[in-house]
Design a protein around this ligand. Structure first.
Ligand code: NAG
Ligand code: NAG
Ligand code: NAG
Length: 294
């Protein structure tokens, strides 16, 4: 029982963390009506892998940057779902996407993609393209009336195959900033103000590819893939990771007062067994709760 409790905590620690900010510059976006709620919501896009993960030739569990288990994909993996299972009905032009990856190769790859039903156009996604010794990280944002996938911002960074890399897009209607390994890398000013993006209702959400026709499979490990309708989250990506236990002897009784409901999470059996084999019993960690008051 105790063990199960700790396992749940470990999983939570890399899957869930709450951060609030009242930095005026990046404070809550200007949504109206019911979309007001989106600001606080976390869309954990790796949930698609978590639902039904069985190790095979094309998918595996490996160790992440903090020695915690993470998912790995090889070409041929096929994680997809109707987009509405994991994403909101439309994308508002005021968001962050947080990514943690370790590609095995320096190839063209979609980390994730929402693909039009004809499978020839990506509405929304992140594409990695090798450019000699660099990687071109592109944010794809394609309106329904556009015929081909459109990249709204491209960033050339040193290639990062076989290296754990965190990056995050900070998107506002006028510019897109890339944070790379927790540092602001560059900003692209958009020539046209970004508009909300509506998907075709039968679009498919993929992780690690953009469907069979576009053929850009991701080969590597994935630690994080999260969307927030709050541009400030991109800048605090590295504060959302694991936080060591600060006091007490590590037993659950001495943990600070945390809402115990947070401890319910489903994980695939393969991940639970990986944890029990690879993680020492007495790890002392907690999911983090960080408040930034500027
Ligand atoms: C980066 O990728 C985008 C989208 O695929 C492409 O339009 C752009 O030309 C690429 N940039 C370089 C320098 O290759
Ligand atoms: C981003 O856009 C805002 C709003 O137009 C602007 O005030 C700001 O200077 C831009 N930031 C950068 C880094 O270009
Ligand atoms: C969605 O895509 C299908 C297939 O291409 C098309 O027939 C339909 O008109 C599209 N719907 C919308 C709302 O664009």
């Amino acid at each position: 029982m105790l063990f199960r409790y700790m396992v749940a905590t470990l999983l939570l620690a890399f899957s869930s963390c709450s951060i609030t900010t009242n930095s005026p510059e990046l404070a809550a976006p200007f949504f109206d009506g019911e979309e007001n709620d989106l600001g606080d919501k976390e869309y954990d896009l790796l949930g698609l892998l978590r639902t039904d993960f069985v190790e095979s030739k094309t998918q595996y569990i490996t160790t992440g940057p903090d020695d915690f288990p993470v998912f790995g994909l090889r070409p041929g993996s096929d994680f997809k779902a109707p987009y509405r299972f994991y994403l909101p009905e439309r994308i508002l032009p005021h968001f962050s996407i947080l990514v943690g990856v370790k590609p095995n190769s320096h190839g063209q790859a979609y980390v994730f993609a929402v693909v039009h039903p004809k499978e020839t156009k990506v509405h929304f996604g992140i594409k990695l393209t090798p450019v000699e010794e660099q990687t071109n990280i592109s944010l794809i944002y394609t309106y329904p009336n556009q015929y081909e996938s459109q990249s709204i911002a491209d960033f050339l960074v040193p290639k990062f195959d076989n290296t754990w890399t965190k990056f995050a897009f900070q998107v506002t209607p006028h510019n897109v900033t890339l944070h790379l390994n927790c540092k602001k890398e560059a900003t692209v000013e958009l020539t046209e103000e970004l508009q909300p993006l509506t998907f075709n209702s039968t679009s498919t959400f993929y992780v690690g590819q953009a469907g069979p026709k576009l053929n850009a499979a991701y080969d590597g490990a994935l630690e994080q893939l999260k969307l927030y309708f709050d541009p400030s989250m991109a800048a605090v990506q590295c504060n959302t990771g694991f936080q060591g236990f600060q006091s007490g002897d590590g037993s659950p009784d001495t943990w600070p007062d945390i809402d115990k409901r947070q401890f319910s999470i489903d994980a695939p059996a393969s991940m639970l067994s990986y944890i029990s084999e690879h993680i020492p019993y007495n790890v002392e960690f907690l999911p983090c709760y960080v408040e930034i008051n500027e």
